[in-house]
Design a binder for this molecule. Structure first.
Ligand code: SAM
Length: 223
């Protein structure tokens, strides 16, 4: 069986009891960075487990190796460095191949940064669109322009390296909608968590002043 296990996005206390049990009893953990996952196991005082790194660009040989282990009866866990595997993280290729091979998959849900940001945003979230990271080049402007018409709350991921540029581009793309709300969630569940509410009209000022440290989720109110 393959267990897909969510892990904390910052605060270690956000691991579930089921996640701990599953990590303790499995035979192999497929992860992104073996140092990150090794450290998580250490902090949770989980005895050492066999770890295998797997990325979206990992070769087919590695995929076949995991499938062979599952077929021989091993209990394999898939985790990412943080949050829910497959959400802007590797995981899709493995889950898809395991499903195609007719092997059982169970999910052990837990934190994901976009859900935490949405629930803390104070914006309507009955309907939302999760877009992960904006495209870096091709399609970026088209996507930003499409936000002008979006009738659902939009949620995006951004890294510290591009946060200022992205906020400025959002301000430019939506300049005709200055009252539209934007929430910037930084370092969720961590010591310096910040959930800042602003508007498109104020976004270029915020782009300059916001602390450029940590990880960011952007939530943009619907039109
Ligand atoms: N799989 C993860 C999840 O379920 O949220 C997402 C992984 S993605 C590679 C990393 C991005 O998630 C970061 O660049 C940031 O946009 C967002 N993120 C992760 N942890 C965060 C946190 N504690 N606070 C704010 N954003 C976070």
């Amino acid at each position: 069986m393959l267990s897909i296990v969510a892990t904390p996005i910052g605060n270690l206390g956000d691991i579930t009891l089921r996640a701990i049990e599953t990590l303790k009893k499995c035979d192999l953990i497929v992860c992104e960075d073996t140092r990150v996952t090794g450290n998580l196991l250490k902090q949770l005082e989980i005895p050492k487990r066999e770890l295998m790194s797997f990325h979206s660009y990992s070769d087919k040989r590695k995929l076949d190796e995991v499938i062979a282990k599952l077929q021989s009866g091993s209990h394999v866990v898939l985790v990412s460095d943080a949050g829910t595997p497959g959400i802007s993280d590797p995981g899709y290729a493995l889950a898809s191949a395991v499903r195609d091979a007719g092997i059982k998959i169970e999910v052990v849900p837990g934190p994901s940064a976009f859900l935490a940001a949405l629930s803390g945003s104070g914006l309507p979230i009955n309907a939302f669109v999760y877009l992960g990271f904006l495209p870096l080049k091709k399609g970026r402007k088209t996507m930003l322009d499409s936000f002008k018409e979006e009738e659902r709350t939009i949620v995006l991921y951004e890294s510290v390296h591009r946060i200022e540029k992205t906020l400025n581009e959002l301000a430019e793309a939506l300049k005709d909608q200055p009252g539209r709300p934007v929430v910037i969630a930084r370092e969720l569940t961590k010591m310096h968590e910040e959930i800042l509410s602003t508007t498109i009209g104020n976004l270029s000022d915020v782009a300059k002043s916001i602390t450029k440290k940590g990880e960011f989720v952007l939530v943009i109110g619907a039109v």
